[in-house]
Design a protein around this ligand. Structure first.
Ligand SMILES: NC(=O)c1ccc[n+]([C@@H]2O[C@H](COP(=O)([O-])OP(=O)(O)OC[C@H]3O[C@@H](n4cnc5c(N)ncnc54)[C@H](O)[C@@H]3O)[C@@H](O)[C@H]2O)c1
Length: 462
């Protein structure tokens, strides 16, 4: 009571693209009385009966909705069972002092006396702890919990508990990252660790050869978990191997680059590169949990931080918030939550997940034309400039210029154009782009006159 469910619930539902259902509101509709009136006239136990009936009805339907449950509802065994079977239950945490400050003058039947309120809080706390699958204090936290993204200082030292389940674990690690952080991971996994696999640092890991090597050396059965330690490259490879080994085993990425923490580690897309192109073979395979420990960024080279910052700026433009001005830990939390919400509502990339491609059609064309020597961050920064120019958002283009300072790249113009019109998302040679009506208001699948696209592409080339 007073934790903020009625405010956060609808916000959460909107961000996840799901209906919001309030058990209290249904009870009020059915009885034609407010909860306070119902309590006063019929007493608490009559209310609890009705609440249990509505809550179990709603939960047993197993529809993808966000349900708000009143603070006392988990007192019912039937409701607790329905939660366990059908729901991901999120405990919205608030101190009793905060909660009391919110409800003191609300006229709620169980919030008339601060001492009784505190006693009720103490009495219910252990029940809440028992039913909670996740905890949050705000909407971003709720989304991260629902998506299984755990951002926690010192996570590496607690891997035995944090990697879901209690089965055996094998680790696939980027060779450089293994050298820097392998020891802590090994100690953190303790006796759950049964195998280790090093893969080449960075993009060179994303090959069919590396996948095959892992398929033939991983010994895990379906009770096991593959932990991936590294940047987006290691995660893409290990996630794909986890998706395919024995037709799919659980995996837990530990992202160690800013790119992977804000982007690649979130959303369950995995892939390897093949001769026909980058990321062309892969699978959707949602991780059992994503474990982000900010401490891993301490060893990340500055150039890799810049690659990540370009994705932070992209996310900020999509969210309509200057996320790049936040300190790094907050950038990671906000960007991860933004992407997680989109991926939860569009897990298979059939709808609005397309917006995450902002600037990337141009970036991929420039990277391809450079023979993949161009840094991804610079390519994305240039791609964002192009998308903003085509959107007519010149102030925002100026901001990107100031924050990321990308300089035009020396590649062949015709080769870049050919790569752009060959893009996966192009239709009949005409690129489909993500543009912004304004920051925070993306449009995707936009067909733009090829001459305008070409002209903007040319501005990115030295
Ligand atoms: N699946 C997705 O949704 C998704 C999204 C974005 C990008 N990606 C993929 O991610 C890949 C790029 O990933 P990335 O940018 O994270 O880089 P990366 O994994 O290629 O790593 C870049 C370099 O950083 C090093 N490194 C990683 N962590 C380090 C650390 N903590 N300290 C020191 N060095 C460290 C690596 O050894 C490597 O040399 C691309 O292949 C891209 O296609 C996938």
């Amino acid at each position: 009571m007073g934790a903020g469910k009625s405010t956060l619930g609808p916000e959460l539902a909107a961000r996840l693209g799901r209906p919001f259902v309030s058990v209290d509101s249904i009870v009020e509709e059915r009885t034609g009385e407010s909860i306070a009136e119902h309590f006063a006239e019929r007493g608490e136990s009559a209310f609890r009966q009705l609440e249990e009936q509505v809550a179990t009805e709603v939960l047993d339907r197993r529809l993808p909705v966000v349900v708000e449950l009143g603070g006392g509802a988990v007192g019912s065994i039937e409701t607790r069972e329905a939660l366990e079977q059908n729901a991901f239950t999120l405990l919205l945490e608030a101190s009793p002092e905060e909660a009391w400050a919110r409800v003191a003058d609300s006229g709620r039947p169980l919030a008339r006396d601060p001492r009784a309120f505190h006693a009720l809080y103490d009495e219910r706390k252990s029940l809440y702890d028992r039913v909670a699958d996740g905890r949050a204090t705000d909407a971003d936290g709720a989304i991260l919990a629902a998506a299984g993204v755990d951002i926690e200082d010192g996570a590496l030292a607690r891997l035995t508990e944090l990697v879901p389940g209690d089965g055996p674990v094998e680790v696939v690690a980027d060779a450089t990252v293994a050298r820097l952080h392998g020891e802590v991971v090994r100690a953190g996994l303790a006796d759950r660790l049964v195998g280790e696999h090093e893969v080449p640092a960075g993009e060179r890991a994303k090959t069919a050869g590396e996948a095959e090597r892992l398929w033939s050396t991983i010994r895990l059965d379906r009770s096991g978990t593959l932990v991936a330690l590294g940047g987006g490259s290691t995660l893409d490879l290990a996630g794909f191997v986890a998706a395919t080994h024995l037709r799919g085993i659980a995996w837990t990425p530990i992202p160690t680059t800013l790119v992977a923490q804000v982007d690649a580690g979130i959303g369950g897309k995995t892939a390897i590169d093949v001769p026909a192109g980058k990321n062309l073979v892969g699978a959707f395979h949602w991780p059992a949990r994503v474990l982000t420990d900010m401490a891993t960024l301490a060893t990340l080279p500055a150039a890799e931080v810049e690659n990540g910052l370009a994705e932070v700026v992209k996310t900020g433009l999509l969210a309509g918030e200057r996320l790049w001005e936040l300190e790094t830990a907050e950038q990671v939390r906000r960007c991860a939550a933004f992407k997680a919400a989109i991926c939860l509502r569009d897990p298979l990339d059939r709808a609005d997940r397309a917006q995450l491609n902002l600037g990337h059609t141009f970036a991929h064309a420039l990277e391809s034309a450079s023979g993949y020597t161009l840094a991804h961050g610079r390519a994305v920064a240039l791609g964002l400039l192009a998308a903003l120019r085509l959107s007519g958002l010149h102030d925002e283009a100026q901001t990107v210029q100031e924050v990321l300072q990308p300089t035009p790249v020396a590649v062949d113009r015709d080769v870049a154009w050919a790569a752009l019109t060959r893009d996966k998302k192009a239709k009949a040679g005409s690129p489909r782009l993500v543009l912004l009506d304004a920051p925070g208001r993306p449009r995707w699948g936009v067909q733009v006159d090829a001459r305008d696209v070409r002209a903007v592409l040319d501005t990115l080339i030295a």
